[in-house]
Design a protein around this ligand. Structure first.
Ligand SMILES: [Zn+2]
Length: 207
């Protein structure tokens, strides 16, 4: 007896939607989730402290669930799908390099992988430009979501530095979600201090 490989694989590893974990009939995301993702799309970049930041979605509903699942469940397939869409916005900027905003090492250990780095690498591939992991955290910062507005500013002030000198490159700084923009602003400033010519942002969602 010979079993068709496809059916055996589907039986052993039933295809699931990476957003809701429901059964997946076809495609990469189920129709219900896809519909909701489309309704949360944003089309214009937004300014944060003078930096232009592109986002794919508003941070709500299934977008929020998808990003949380990505962080804690290691959903690379979603990260790559989103990066592909994001690269379409970034192409017009003609950037020279992609820089991921680093997670604190303790949090990478908790999660097993950095979704920001996975997105940055997928963007680099799509746009055909190098990924430079040049930003590092100089000290521990508390999760911004747990803090009050004024604490958020002091929490991340001077938290980042750059490992190399840059030579006027136009850099895309990547993070998963942007809310107040304080963290982004501090990291972008570190890149400018190191010699970047221009910094634009790319995030999956904005709060
Ligand atoms: Zn779904």
């Amino acid at each position: 007896m010979r079993l068709p490989l496809r059916e055996v694989l589907d039986f052993l590893f039933p295809p699931i939607c990476p957003v809701c974990e429901g059964r997946l009939a076809s495609g990469k995301v189920c129709d219900v989730c896809w519909g909701e993702l489309l309704r949360s799309q944003v089309f214009e970049p937004k300014q944060y402290f003078g930096f232009k930041v592109y986002s794919l979605f508003r941070y709500r509903g299934r977008v929020r669930e998808a990003i949380e699942r990505m962080k804690y469940g290691g959903m690379r397939v979603l990260a790559e799908l989103f990066a592909e869409a994001l690269s379409e916005y970034l192409r017009v900027e003609a950037p020279d390099a992609i820089v991921p905003l680093p997670l604190h090492p303790a949090r990478i250990r908790e999660r097993g992988f950095s979704q920001t780095r996975v997105i940055a690498e997928a963007l680099g591939r799509e746009l055909g430009i190098p990924v430079k992991r040049v930003i590092y955290r100089r000290r521990y910062t508390r999760p911004q979501a747990l803090l009050k507005a004024e604490e958020r500013i002091t929490n991340v002030k001077g938290a980042f530095a750059c490992l190399e000198t840059l030579n006027g490159e136009k850099v895309v700084l990547v993070d998963d979600v942007i809310t107040t923009g304080n963290t982004f602003y501090q990291a972008a400033s570190a890149l400018l201090d190191a010699g970047a010519g221009e910094v634009v942002g790319a995030t999956l969602a904005r709060g």
